[in-house]
Design a protein around this ligand. Sequence first.
Ligand code: KIV
Length: 292
Amino acid sequence: MSTRPALPAGRRPLSIPDLFEMKRNGRKIVMVTAYDYPSALAAEAADVDMVLVGDSGAMTVLGYPSTVPVSVDEMLVLTRATRRGVTHAVLVADLPFGSYEVSDRQAVETAIRFVKEAGVDAVKLERGDESSISRARAIVGAGIPVVGHVGLTPQTATALGGYRAQGRSAQSAVRIARGAVGLQEAGCFCIVFEAVPSALTEELMPLMTVPIIGIGAGPATDGQVLVFHDLLGIREGKGAKFVRRYADLLDAMADGVASYAKEVRSGVFPAAEHGYGIDEAELESFRGSFTR
Ligand code: KIV
């Protein structure tokens, strides 16, 4: 069981109504993914508003080729570790592929595990088709806040023709619009728009009464989300078009480990100051008392 850790005096956890107030006041909502204690601490130190334990962790942290293979148990481990570091932001976890598609009952049971076993504030599910809308309604009905996700939905990227922008034809745009409105009507308190044309987002925003968080959806949304490893450069390659890299930590980490390896091999590390001392008399006594 993971519970919300103590907050410094005078600071209270953000709530879902706070996010609605930010939308009303035009204050941008900042969301970032995190998957463990240190990334949660970094997100909190940066004072973000929402932390998402994304199933992108399947790739960024667990090394799977896509988000599809990650299990509920694996996601729960990542989510509990993140919970231990998140004190202020609203904490959301992704329901992984296969954990909510079968039935409303399966969806509610999985969502309950994330609340009871990892202490999340909300869960997120992908797609805006009829079945996902039904799952969202069922989970909300069980008293658990839900974030929807439309546009590019990586769990079903194969069916969408790969990792590519969605909503670029009228038919695809209608599908996204129906999904967003349907998820909102089902009770989702927030919806992620991923990889959809900026102009389509602008068309949809007047219809959206809940906070909309964009990733590759242009500037018109109520907030933005990026994957921790993308924005900090803890990954190989350039990443998606919508990513801006604010640091190159993979290079910094590799340089650090390479310097360590070089110093071990050359005998520079450890130096005298990294060792522990022993009293000369104790050492002498040891020599006298230990025989092979
Ligand atoms: O899994 C994830 O990181 C996500 C974000 C890209 C929204 O779903």
